[in-house]
Design a protein around this ligand. Structure first.
Ligand SMILES: [Cu+2]
Length: 116
């Protein structure tokens, strides 16, 4: 029980948000998105052709998303993530991860362990 209160405080601090990016008309919408560290972004392909959401530095990759497919990733590191579609390299977009809560100092693994 003594451990519970700090954990509850942390849950409210982290309060991760979720964002959606539509892949539609051979474009990411929005093509620039500001989030906070710990937030999750979900991409959904609304086009009839397959697309991907792939980090320019290859640190994350949705793989092929067919029409109606979704893929999510949680971003814990502060920084600017530029990404593109592997199939259509002219499709590019950016996610800006800010770390207002300072949770970057704690690894995501540690945070998850705290909640277990
Ligand atoms: Cu594409």
């Amino acid at each position: 029980m003594g451990k519970l209160l700090p954990l509850l405080a942390m849950v409210s601090l982290v309060a991760a948000a979720e964002y959606d990016v539509a892949i539609e008309g051979f474009a990411f919408d929005p093509d620039s998105l500001n989030i906070e560290a710990g937030d999750t972004v979900t991409w959904t392909n609304y086009d009839t052709v397959p697309h991907t959401a792939t980090a320019d530095d290859a640190s994350w990759d949705s793989g092929t998303l067919n029409q109606g497919d979704s893929w999510s990733d949680t971003f814990v590191e502060e920084g600017t993530e530029t990404y593109h579609c592997e199939i259509h390299p002219s499709m590019t977009a950016t996610i800006i991860v800010e770390d207002l809560m300072g949770i970057e100092k704690k690894s995501w693994g540690e945070i998850k362990t705290d909640f277990e």
